[in-house]
Design a protein around this ligand. Structure first.
Ligand SMILES: Cc1cc2nc3c(=O)[nH]c(=O)nc-3n(C[C@H](O)[C@H](O)[C@H](O)COP(=O)(O)OP(=O)(O)OC[C@H]3O[C@@H](n4cnc5c(N)ncnc54)[C@H](O)[C@@H]3O)c2cc1C
Length: 398
């Protein structure tokens, strides 16, 4: 028996005997999972126990070093772990920007002190993080950001506004880009800073979306005092860290649409077609719609396997490069196409917002469709991804 087979048997036995039975079969919904934090919300009552069991073994962050609370699994062991979790259709014990964005960034760029302070609390799900990049005048052109950080002794004093900060109202810490040298070339005057959201002077104001929910906020900084030791790498060297983190963000978004989201609730296009538009002969009468459904099913499967293959091929410690933009743009546009087809299948039943005449599932789907419009904006718009692909992957001239 190989070491990997023994590992599979052990992990299978542990999952079968320890993971809460009520969670088996629920599947993984990347947006509705457990985000942890100082005031955690558990989408299922058993999720608290599942988080604590998994965190105890470092399995919330399977490949992170044991020294910081991770499980220290090799890539092959991690793949086995994912397969076994998926076999039982268990939700991830923990999700969030700590695991997917700032954790890997700190492991690469953080000081020993920063890693010791932040990585274990991410693994245990005790601190929830948000991302303070975008500003009212700096989205695609992120390097134009204006939030100022001025040195005052061992601290910075921060003033400015961030916008579209996802879950700022629920987060405990924020990783933010601030301008420390207004006189330098714009990319060279930026610093990457870790800020406790409980610091006096920070306030947040939720923004209501077209989908009816408020997943993000405006975040205001008014004379916020932050220790200089919270700088990741060096003052004015934040742009390199910022770009590396964006690689992780784009991989996370692509992952979410490449098979990581297999929630029990999500109906497939053929299932939807059976409910709404089956002809008497057992097929979808509208040939164009039939074609779109089949094409989307094939593209979804191909994308899922491509994401898996790429993930499996990645060597330990390898950082996502500009290629992550390919996956981000394809995965998000695929998801939008899927929602457009879902709307077409359900016809007038897609048009409900409230009131009678619509199932809850239909009302929910209308909101999900509206939410999917943001997929090609968040994490950098499709146009920006295509610019990156042209320049940095294909090597085309400006
Ligand atoms: C759901 C969601 C969650 C988000 N969460 C966060 C978060 O947690 N933290 C955070 O910091 N930000 C977050 N954002 C913000 C997001 O990163 C920005 O919205 C995005 O980068 C685009 O910036 P903008 O909205 O200012 O649009 P703009 O930059 O003003 O762009 C407007 C339009 O012009 C196009 N455009 C701009 N420049 C170019 C160019 N050079 N070439 C071609 N086309 C161009 C864009 O593609 C877009 O269509 C989130 C956004 C969404 C939708």
């Amino acid at each position: 028996m190989t070491e990997l087979t023994i590992f599979r048997e052990e992990i299978r036995e542990w999952l079968e005997s320890s993971a809460p039975g009520a969670l088996k079969g629920i599947g993984n919904n990347v947006l509705e999972g457990c985000w942890g934090g100082r005031n955690p919300i558990f989408p299922h009552p058993e999720q608290e126990e599942w988080l604590s069991l998994a965190a105890e073994k470092g399995l919330t962050a399977p490949t992170w070093p044991k020294k910081y609370g991770g499980a220290g699994l090799s890539d092959d062991e991690h793949k086995v772990f994912r397969e076994e979790v998926s076999r039982l259709k268990l939700p991830a014990p923990l999700i969030g920007f700590g695991l997917t964005m700032i954790g890997p960034t700190l492991l690469r760029f953080g000081t020993d002190e920063q890693k010791a302070q932040h990585i274990p609390s991410i693994v245990k799900g005790r601190v929830r993080w948000c991302q303070g990049y975008s500003e009212p005048g700096a989205g695609s052109d992120l390097a134009s950001l204006q939030t100022r950080a001025e040195v005052d002794g061992n601290d910075y004093i921060i003033n400015g506004t961030k916008v579209w900060t996802s879950y700022a109202d629920k987060s405990d810490w924020i990783f933010a880009l601030v301008r420390t040298d207004p006189g330098a070339k714009k990319q060279e005057g930026i610093t990457f800073l870790l800020i406790d959201m409980a610091t006096p002077g920070i306030s947040v104001s939720p923004i209501l979306l077209i989908s009816g929910s408020s997943p993000f906020c405006e975040t205001y900084f008014e004379d916020v005092r932050v220790p200089r030791k919270n700088v990741v790498t060096e003052e004015n060297a934040g742009w390199t860290v910022a770009k590396a983190l964006l690689g992780h963000e784009r991989s996370m978004i692509a992952d979410a649409f490449g098979g990581a989201a297999e929630g029990k609730k999500a109906k497939t296009l053929p299932e939807m077609a059976k409910s709404y538009v089956y002809g008497g002969g057992g097929e979808v009468a509208d040939a164009v719609l039939r074609d779109r459904i089949v094409q989307n099913e094939m593209d979804t499967a191909a994308f899922k396997y491509t994401v898996q293959r790429t993930r499996d091929a990645a060597r330990a410690g390898q950082q996502p490069g500009a290629e992550s933009s390919l996956f981000k743009v394809y995965g998000t546009e695929l998801n939008q196409r899927r929602y457009d087809i879902l709307m077409k299948i359900a016809g007038p039943q897609s048009l409900g917002w409230e009131g009678t005449g619509f199932e809850d599932e239909e009302l929910g789907r209308t909101r999900e469709w509206l939410r999917s419009r943001g997929n090609s904006i968040e994490g950098g718009t499709s146009e920006i991804q295509r610019n990156i692909i042209a320049k940095r992957v294909l090597g085309l001239p400006d």
